[in-house]
Design a protein around this ligand. Structure first.
Ligand SMILES: Cc1cc2nc3c(=O)[nH]c(=O)nc-3n(C[C@H](O)[C@H](O)[C@H](O)COP(=O)(O)O)c2cc1C
Length: 425
């Protein structure tokens, strides 16, 4: 996920372009992270307005926020301007298509869930009908305090709210624990998700396992065989499911994605196909669905060399001593419990549809997403993807070029196990 402002390829539209986003900032030290996030949103083509509480205005400069959002930053005093033809909180509430409430302090959380409207920000939150992405941030003991926990529980029942609990880490108060605001990368991804899908939690109560990234098979202690998968598609699929309410376990090889994108997932990092297989088999019994987005190596050394090979000796290595890696997807299909839905991925170059049909038949999974790796806006390392989703009963759905998060949401809608009745947007 990019925070930089480089324009996306037109074939892969950015879901935040032209969206009216209200960034509401309260009095947590994490507010200092917001100006750059506001800048990233503006550079991506969103229309941004900022509103701050008096405490937030003491921690982060409203002038910086105004400059980076290309618009006045609203303060409490603006609510009482004699020039305002309509109440400012109503204007802002109606203007916003999406609200990012970050960081959310204990005080503002309490105000909101108790319906208090004693600041511009608090009255705007009560007045808006836009979806809100809310990210709490506070000292660990404050976060764990029973009244705060009760308020957070109430907030998680609100419609239109995507509540992101704090992450673990070193806090500004020198505590190590829960309390850090979700990383800006995570906030951007959540906003993009709400822009694409909304706040509906149609995967609530379901468990999903996702595999992502490449595997690495050692040749010797210095070298390995791998591929160009960054893991972004699998990570975004996992996050989209989490934001739709699922409990998600991500089994991943070495990733090249921002670490903030892993927040909120149960992660098992692995290196080799054998480790990935063991982790997936261990997780399989308890879950409703599995999505195999990992790019697993096809071959490995029967015995990796114990010592680093010379350049010359490396040349001899290719002739013999190789074995095929077990087919992880076929193994999962063979050992799945009744009712478990399995989605496989197939990377192709050239015309992959015929090969994808054959792979679906041969592997026996329910769904197969065949995606090209030789198109400019798709495949390894690209923010976008496209392809064909093949499913039960001969379904063949062509997926047009879109961001990987948009593709992830489309896959989740198709994959949603039949026991789910609640439809999405
Ligand atoms: C330097 C500093 C850092 C603070 N950080 C936090 C924080 O991370 N989370 C929090 O809930 N309160 C924090 N507070 C306390 C709030 O600013 C205070 O509770 C205030 O009433 C919040 O009001 P607001 O929600 O209207 O901004 C901090 C206060 C100071 C002085």
């Amino acid at each position: 996920m990019r925070t930089e402002g480089a324009p996306r390829p037109t074939a892969c539209p950015d879901p935040l372009v032209g969206r009216r986003i209200l960034v509401a900032i309260t009095g947590s030290i994490a507010a200092v992270k917001m100006p750059l996030l506001v800048s990233a949103l503006a550079k991506r083509g969103a229309e941004v307005r900022c509103v701050v509480t008096p405490s937030a205005a003491a921690l982060v400069s409203p002038v910086a926020l105004a400059s980076l959002s290309r618009h006045q930053c609203y303060l409490d005093a603006d609510q009482w301007s004699p020039q305002a033809p309509r109440p400012l909180h109503v204007e802002l509430a109606e203007w916003a298509e999406l609200v990012l409430l970050a960081p959310l302090s204990a005080t503002s959380l309490g105000r909101w869930v108790h319906g208090l409207a004693d600041t511009l920000l608090a009255s705007t939150l009560l007045a808006t009908e836009a979806p809100v992405v809310a990210a709490a941030a506070m000292n660990t003991s404050m976060w764990q305090a029973p009244p705060v926990q009760r308020n957070w529980q109430v907030l998680s029942t609100f419609e239109r709210v995507l509540a992101l609990g704090p992450a673990q880490g070193l806090l500004a108060c020198d505590r190590q624990g829960d309390g850090r605001m979700a990383e800006p990368e995570q906030l951007l991804m959540a906003l993009e998700s709400v822009a694409l899908w909304g706040w509906q939690r149609d995967w609530q109560g379901l468990d999903l396992v996702v595999s992502a990234g490449p595997t690495r098979e050692a040749l010797d202690p210095a070298r390995f065989l791998s591929n160009g998968s960054t893991g972004l598609m699998g990570v975004l699929l996992a996050q989209a499911a989490r934001l739709r309410g699922a409990s998600v376990h991500l089994v991943h090889g070495p990733l090249q994605v921002h670490p903030g994108l892993l927040e909120g997932l149960i992660c098992t990092p692995v290196q080799t196909a054998a480790q990935m297989q063991a982790a997936l088999m261990a997780a399989q019994g308890q879950v409703d669905a599995i999505a195999m987005a990992a790019a697993v190596a096809d071959h490995r050394r029967v015995e990796p060399m114990a010592h680093k090979l010379s350049k010359l000796a490396l040349g001899d290595l290719w002739a013999e001593g190789w074995e095929q890696v077990p087919d992880l997807l076929a193994g999962l299909v063979a050992s799945r419990p009744p009712g478990q839905t399995i989605l496989g991925f197939a990377a192709y170059s050239g015309d992959g549809l015929a090969a994808a049909r054959e792979k679906l038949r041969h592997k026996g999974c329910d769904w197969l997403f065949a995606n090209p790796i030789d198109q400019p806006d798709a495949g390894f390392g690209s923010p976008g993807n496209q392809g064909w989703l093949l499913g039960p009963g001969g379904q063949e759905i062509e997926m047009q070029p879109a961001s990987k998060l948009a593709i992830a949401h489309q896959l989740l809608t198709a994959l949603r196990p039949p026991q789910l009745s609640q439809p999405g947007p």
